[in-house]
Design a protein around this ligand. Structure first.
Ligand code: DGT
Ligand code: CA
Ligand code: CA
Length: 597
């Protein structure tokens, strides 16, 4: 399957190369946040928010258009002033307003925005009323009980903020895998071009495809005579050199992300790769395995006394330990070594096993492409079916469909399916689960669809019992097929819902509902361990891109990686089914189980 389009790059991961739409939108969003903290005119704030949304949904790259000398077309919400800012960002990477805001507001305020539960409004209040500029000050004020008295805060919020702020302090924030990957791969390319470098690859959590990445680890094989680290620190993205020796260097990039580079001699590349891929827990377990065999394992090789038994490749190292090579996604010390010893490692799902995608949007709601464009892009991504699941009417910010517009789309899909070859569009909806657990559209409409994907988009703060009951009630609905992004977390923005997930998974199992592994970079929802738990409870997982644009089908690769980390095999995943099998699941499985209302 060919998936070439790259994931977005927010301003936090500014790589070299052309400025992407996501970069521009990210700057506009940050301007909106900063303006809001700055007490600016609400219409001005809204203008930047809307512009960011418009730019994210575009189907062409603005920078490419400008480079080709074309004028910007008229875009919703983008007038002369904003068009000027776009030009400025495309030519210089940033704009003066953004830089001015960042320099006039205390820099810590931007950091406060990343604490769960704190949006710009609350940050503004904390800053204006209590002079809080940093996470440390926030903690102190919370511990002194000063935050609860602010209007709209209260004791519970104070306690929650304290927990969130403490979590944020002392560890830099982790970024979504998909945001970090392009940057890491660019650094790898850069390293490979240094004369004398034989191999270079990512290691650490990035190679294990964790949903978030703390820092980037890169491993290089080169002869000792090559001064790799001196070359490396010349890279223009590097802001600070933290540690530098001939064989290792740690730097901070302009985005704040840390990169650790280790250089080893080619003979020990395999052993070093095992070591730096980790995880630490996996390393400890295989080191114990070595000890049991009377051997010693280090980053330089596997040794019996002074004799090196294996070091040049990973396969050789694992083999000398009596193990098959273990794929990096499994190296978390969750039983993979024991399973490998028994020859019981799973046959993990692969990207090419996916036959369809069951969650996608078009321009009809908040996507950026037409039905037809999405169908072609899904075909190009190697898929045979694609469910179109627009937002429903309650979600007004996303132009959710009302009954009339949904019926119109049903007709359009029927007409398009008659023309499409090798691709079937399924009629679906991402229906809002309302506060009381009812669905946002009536039964007689839902009945006409191939599948109903249900999701929470409001009232994220309900107490555990109420949130759980709400979702259980939604799943009781006879047409409910898949629970989308069950946790509703947004990495660095929103904590997972407070709910009884085991109860929900159990209910999904009893009712024949599937659960989603949403592969949007900021979602990656369910987590790996939760997917594994759901599978053990007999629930099928649907790995969905939640595509809003053609390029978003590229996210499926990350969804599959997370599924592999969950030990899932092709059979555990709903959308590896053929279209015919899928339809059986949707009709018989989902609709005729006991317990369905
Ligand atoms: P991250 O950066 O938090 O996303 O997670 P990792 O796994 O990339 O962790 P990192 O960058 O601290 O270290 C990279 C790898 O290096 C880690 O997965 C295993 C190895 N490693 C680092 N420190 C130790 C250690 O103290 N003991 C052992 N056995 N391995 C270590
Ligand atoms: Ca790392
Ligand atoms: Ca590291």
């Amino acid at each position: 399957m060919k998936l070439t389009a790259g994931p977005p790059q927010g301003p936090l991961s500014s790589a070299q190369g052309p400025i992407g739409n996501d970069h521009i939108a990210g700057i506009f969003e940050e301007i909106a946040n900063l303006l809001e903290i700055d007490d600016a005119n609400p219409f001005r704030i809204l203008a930047y928010r809307n512009a960011a949304r418009t730019i994210r949904a575009l189907t062409f790259e603005v920078a490419e258009l400008i480079a080709s000398g074309e004028p910007l077309p008229k875009l919703r919400g983008i007038g002369v002033d904003l068009a000027g800012k776009i030009n400025e960002i495309v030519s210089s990477g940033d704009c003066a307003l953004h830089q001015r805001l960042r320099s006039t507001l205390p820099p810590g305020l931007v950091g406060l925005l990343s604490i769960a539960g704190l949006g710009p409004k609350r940050v503004k209040q904390l800053y204006h009323d209590l002079g809080i500029e940093s996470a440390q000050q926030l903690c102190r004020a919370a511990q002194q009980g000063r935050i609860r008295h602010l209007p709209g805060f209260g004791e519970k919020m104070e306690a929650r903020l304290l927990r969130a702020a403490q979590k944020g302090i002392g560890r830099d924030r982790r970024l979504p895998l998909a945001f970090v990957e392009p940057l890491a791969h660019e650094l790898i390319e850069y390293l490979r071009q240094i004369p004398g470098v034989e191999q270079a690859t990512v290691a650490g959590s990035l190679r294990r495809m964790r949903d978030t990445v703390g820092d980037i680890d890169l491993l290089v094989a080169a002869a000792p005579s090559v001064d790799v680290t001196a070359h490396f620190i010349e890279h223009p993205e590097i802001a600070t050199v933290l540690v530098k020796g001939p064989m290792r260097v740690s730097v901070l990039l302009t985005s704040g992300m840390q990169v650790d580079v280790r250089v080893v001699e080619p003979e020990v590349y395999g052993a070093a790769l095992v070591y730096f891929t980790g995880s630490k827990a996996h390393n400890i377990t295989i080191r114990q395995r070595a000890q049991k065999l009377g051997l010693k394992l280090s980053e330089y090789g596997l040794f019996r006394a002074r004799q090196c038994l294996a070091s040049s490749t990973e396969v050789a190292v694992y083999q000398a330990l009596g193990l098959p090579w273990i794929t990096p996604e499994l190296r978390e010390d969750r039983g993979e070594v024991a399973a490998a010893l028994k020859g019981r490692l799973p046959r993990l799902i692969e990207l090419s096993d996916l036959k369809g995608d069951l969650h996608a949007h078009t321009r009809a709601s908040d996507g950026g492409n037409s039905l037809e464009e999405m169908a072609f892009a899904a075909t190009a991504a190697g898929l045979e079916y694609l469910a179109i699941t627009e937002h429903s009417r309650s979600l007004r910010v996303a132009h959710g469909l009302d009954i009339e517009r949904l019926l119109e789309q049903i007709d359009q899909i029927d007409a398009l399916n008659a023309r499409l070859q090798g691709m079937t569009l399924l009629k679906g909806i991402e229906v809002d689960i309302l506060e009381d657990g009812s669905l946002d559209l009536p039964d007689d409409i839902l009945q006409r669809l191939d599948l109903v994907v249900g999701a929470v988009h409001s009232h994220f703060e309900l107490p555990l019992r109420q949130q759980t009951q709400r979702i259980l009630r939604a799943m009781d609905h006879r047409y409910f097929s898949i629970l989308a992004h069950p946790l509703c977390r947004l990495i660095n923005q929103r904590e997972p819902l407070n709910m009884d997930l085991p109860a929900i998974i159990k209910a999904a199992s009893q009712r024949g509902c599937a659960m989603e592994l949403n592969a949007q970079p900021r979602r990656m929802d369910l987590f790996d361990l939760q997917c594994q738990y759901a599978k053990d409870e007999g629930v099928l997982i649907s790995i969905n891109s939640d595509a809003h644009r053609c390029a978003d089908f590229a996210y499926l690769r990350h969804g599959v990686a997370q599924a592999r980390r969950a030990w899932l095999e092709a059979g555990d995943v709903l959308n590896t089914r053929s279209l015919a099998q899928l339809k059986v699941f949707l009709r018989d499985g989902a609709r005729e189980r006991p317990g369905r209302a």
